[in-house]
Design a protein around this ligand. Structure first.
Ligand code: BG6
Length: 486
């Protein structure tokens, strides 16, 4: 172990949420339906296989659109952050946070995505929110697109596969970048951009169809998202030369199952296919491994003259990522209980414990990941999601004794501190959740991440009362001591 050091003086300590999982009020303030508003509550039997959880088809969307209430669509009500944000920020500020990550719901600003004029009520909502954050001394970290594009862009345009989405996104990005120029410095373009490949509906608004090559469609959609991200980055810098724009990746660090060269190469292959997304954002070009995949799979990504320049000229200022777990690769995954070709390939790491949802908890993997990113890009890094989804029990004294959550964050933060001692430039850490919100993948309320308990069950029943958990006091001490109390 290297010498433990402290976090940088200006380290951003925070929490992170997303509009679609927290705000609710899906039909208020002039908001249009978003892609998240039509995803029903799942009762999955296989939590580790994310890919079957977020698939939505045309019939499902039609059924959801016909439902005018909140129905069985939990992201329509979230945890009512839209109405409770002031008291929520009050409580969160008691943690001592210096950063708060959230997203702007595109459908609050452009209800249909292709409207000529933005919705002033939506703009005013985020202006109040960001202004209050500033007053509290909290840096807003704002994601432009977090799984919540206007539904009309899915149903009328077919999602990001359609190149016109670039222009529509530019209009939206320009509107918010300009409006919040003096309030927001840190912007993230697409949340977990790699989800477009493993969750085409969630990431790209793509409805999968029999007989169509989903990967071809997803790669095309991704090309449009990379361009949209580069153009938003350019605009952010024009509007405010001090703006800091980051990309955002669900980092899946893969370890080889064994030291057999075949397993080592399989892991490297998986890592390259995970890192090609950040390569495009940082280096402004596609790496050779992904190009080879396209050739081998017969995939043609349509690019227009000038696209390469746009990608090359407007690269990001920092790299942000979510980190929940590490993965294992093998040349023959089926021999190790895995599923070939599945990102959540199911191979178990015998050295790690897993969460109740099968996510393999690996704090040291965070140090490895930070060092790996740093040596690849030499750009500032930002851990914008990390946390433990767990079922919490409210004790008789009304509190939640979530020592398991404390242990999770403590061990990850210790490893992040080690990475800082290794020379990694780390901007901050925003723990996922802050307060309990609706889970993204399963839409469950019972999969909780927060330091603040929210009284609501999976059916949407409860008082919505907010109560700090045991982890709240712990995180408060950690922040107050800039990590010394870990
Ligand atoms: C990330 C997403 O994938 O993981 C978040 O950016 C999400 O939106 C988080 O909530 C945790 O996933 P889940 O499914 O447990 O909520």
């Amino acid at each position: 172990q290297s010498q433990p050091t402290t976090f940088p003086e200006d380290f951003l300590w925070g929490v992170a949420i997303a509009a679609n999982q927290a705000e609710g009020a899906f039909d208020q303030g002039g908001k249009g339906l978003s892609q998240a508003d039509v995803v029903p509550h799942r009762r999955p039997t296989d939590y580790a296989n994310l890919e079957h959880l977020m698939r939505v088809d045309e019939a499902g969307i039609a059924e959801a659109v016909a439902e005018k209430g909140t129905g069985r669509y939990p992201k329509r009500y979230g945890v009512d952050f839209y109405h409770r944000w002031e008291s929520d920020l009050e409580l969160l500020s008691q943690l001592g946070i210096t950063a708060f990550r959230t997203s702007i719901a595109w459908s609050r600003i452009f209800p249909n995505g292709d409207d000529e004029k933005p919705n002033e009520e939506g703009l005013a909502f985020y202006e109040r929110l960001f202004t209050r954050l500033r007053e509290l001394g909290i840096e807003p970290v704002v994601t432009l697109s977090h799984y919540e594009m206007p539904l009309n862009l899915v149903t009328t345009y077919g999602g990001w596969e359609d190149r016109r989405l670039i222009g529509l996104f530019e209009r939206y990005a320009d509107t918010v970048l300009t409006r919040y120029r003096d309030l927001v410095t840190y912007w993230l373009t697409f949340n977990e951009i790699n989800s477009t490949l493993f969750e085409p509906y969630t990431g790209g608004g793509i409805i999968e169809r029999e007989g169509e090559n989903t990967r071809q469609r997803a790669f095309q959609a991704l090309h449009h998202q990379f361009l949209a991200s580069a153009l938003a980055t350019r605009r952010a810098h024009e509007v405010n030369p001090g703006a800091k724009v980051g990309c955002m990746l669900a980092r899946m660090t893969f370890y080889p199952m064994s030291c057999s060269p075949d397993d080592v190469l399989a892991a490297q292959e998986d890592n390259e296919m995970n890192l090609f997304f950040t390569d495009v954002h940082v280096r402004g070009e596609y790496n050779g491994v992904v190009r080879r995949h396209w050739a081998d799979e017969g995939i043609t990504v349509v690019m227009e003259p000038g696209d390469a320049e746009i990608l090359r000229e407007h690269t990001v200022d920092f790299v942000s990522f979510s980190y929940y777990m590490s993965m294992v690769s093998a040349a023959n995954p089926d021999q190790h209980g895995g599923t070939p070709g599945n990102l959540m390939n199911g191979i178990k790491n015998p050295h790690l414990e897993a969460s109740e949802w099968g996510w393999q908890i690996d704090p040291k993997g965070l140090r490895y990941t930070l060092r790996d990113f740093w040596s690849r890009y030499r750009l500032p890094l930002f851990v914008v999601e990390n946390g433990l989804g767990a079922v919490d029990t409210v004790a008789e004294d009304g509190t939640v004794h979530d020592d398991y959550r404390i242990a999770y964050h403590r061990e990850h933060l210790k490893q992040a501190r080690e990475a800082v001692a290794d020379g990694v430039q780390l901007l901050g850490y925003t723990a996922w959740g802050g307060l309990d919100i609706i889970s993204f993948s399963t839409s469950q309320m019972s999969k909780r991440y927060g330091f603040i308990h929210v009284d609501q069950d999976d059916e949407g029943n409860g008082t919505l009362a907010r109560t700090p958990k045991q982890s709240f006091g712990w995180y408060q001490r950690v922040i107050a001591t800039n990590g010394a109390a870990l």
